[in-house]
Ligand binder design. Structure first.
Ligand code: SF4
Length: 292
């Protein structure tokens, strides 16, 4: 899934090899991201450099083609890039770079390694190998512990290889699953795809019964209109039903688009509106929330 870029994403680094605030520093697979939502530094692994995704979200700023160009990640290159990036962060070398030196040190400690990308990471043909590579790097113990975060639209969660890879996740690791709607109609509009909303919820439920899941929800104004009360109510009802049927919701993240995408009907929703939705989630479901 496209790595989140929100109104609070820190985007100070404008370099020729920087894509959308993600600092690749000449690497192919591994980037660095400073952001408010993660309260510091993330290392990201781009599992879909071609932007391959089976959704067509209206707010997504990665150009999408009809073809799903599924390219495997080069595992040898990934391992080299990951280790050099983690080494650079752990040794303090990165924080001495001009682009980062003006940030306080607490911003520059590693929070997590994210499985993300320009498209949907669970479609990556060698997803298991990627996860094994990250877990191996962590197990070596050369760097301070980092958690893994998979950021996904959920469409590949049923793939056996993805299920196998997620069994390698520990309790500290997290899976963030996109849920931008509460009704079939809104889902089809926001995602740009014609698949049943019930199936989306079923995949979240299946995952949430096996391990805690972080719900990752983008709310936007559409043609200048905020989400209606009935839409928010339907969204809360979906979360409630997931809980009632046994899904463990670890956290709910509420955020919005950062910039209006040219030609898109979606635009940023004010922080006050996002906070109001998060308040309802906390109040009605008793689940921890985050607002970006
Ligand atoms: S799930 Fe949506 S936001 Fe994420 S990469 Fe696909 S089209 Fe873009």
């Amino acid at each position: 899934m496209k790595p989140m870029k929100t109104s609070r994403t820190v985007r100070p680094i404008q370099r020729s090899d920087t894509t959308g605030g993600h600092d690749y520093q000449g690497r192919s697979w591994v980037y660095i991201l400073l952001s408010g939502p993660t309260r510091g530094l993330s290392v990201g692994v781009n599992l879909s450099p071609s932007g391959a995704c089976d959704y067509r979200c209206r707010y997504c700023d990665t150009p999408k083609t009809c073809a799903l160009n599924l390219e495997p990640v080069n595992i040898d290159e990934l391992a080299l890039e990951l280790n050099s990036t983690l080494e650079s962060i752990a040794s303090g070398q990165m924080s001495r770079q001009r682009a980062y030196s003006r940030f306080p040190s607490e911003w520059l400690s590693l929070r997590q390694v994210m499985l993300s990308g320009e498209g949907e990471p669970t479609l990556c043909p060698n997803f298991v190998e990627v996860v094994e590579t990250l877990i191996h790097a962590r197990a070596l113990g050369r760097y301070p512990f980092f958690k893994l975060v998979l950021e996904t639209n959920g469409s590949g969660l049923e793939r056996p290889e993805v299920q196998h890879a997620l069994e390698l996740f520990t309790a500290q690791d997290e899976v963030w699953v996109k849920l931008d709607a509460g009704t079939d109609e809104r889902f089809r509009f926001m995602s740009g795809v014609d698949i049943p909303f019930g199936g989306v919820l079923a995949r979240i439920l299946e995952l949430g019964r096996r391990r805690p899941v972080v719900i990752h929800s983008l709310f936007a104004s559409v043609d200048g209109a905020s989400p209606s009360r009935s839409e928010i109510k339907a969204y809360l009802s979906c979360l409630s039903q997931l809980q009632e049927h046994g899904a463990l919701l670890q956290r709910v993240q509420i955020y919005s688009v950062m910039n209006s995408i040219q030609g898109s009907q979606c635009a940023h929703l004010p922080l006050a509106s996002l906070s109001e939705i998060a308040g309802q989630v906390r109040c009605e479901l008793g689940v921890e929330t985050e607002v970006f």
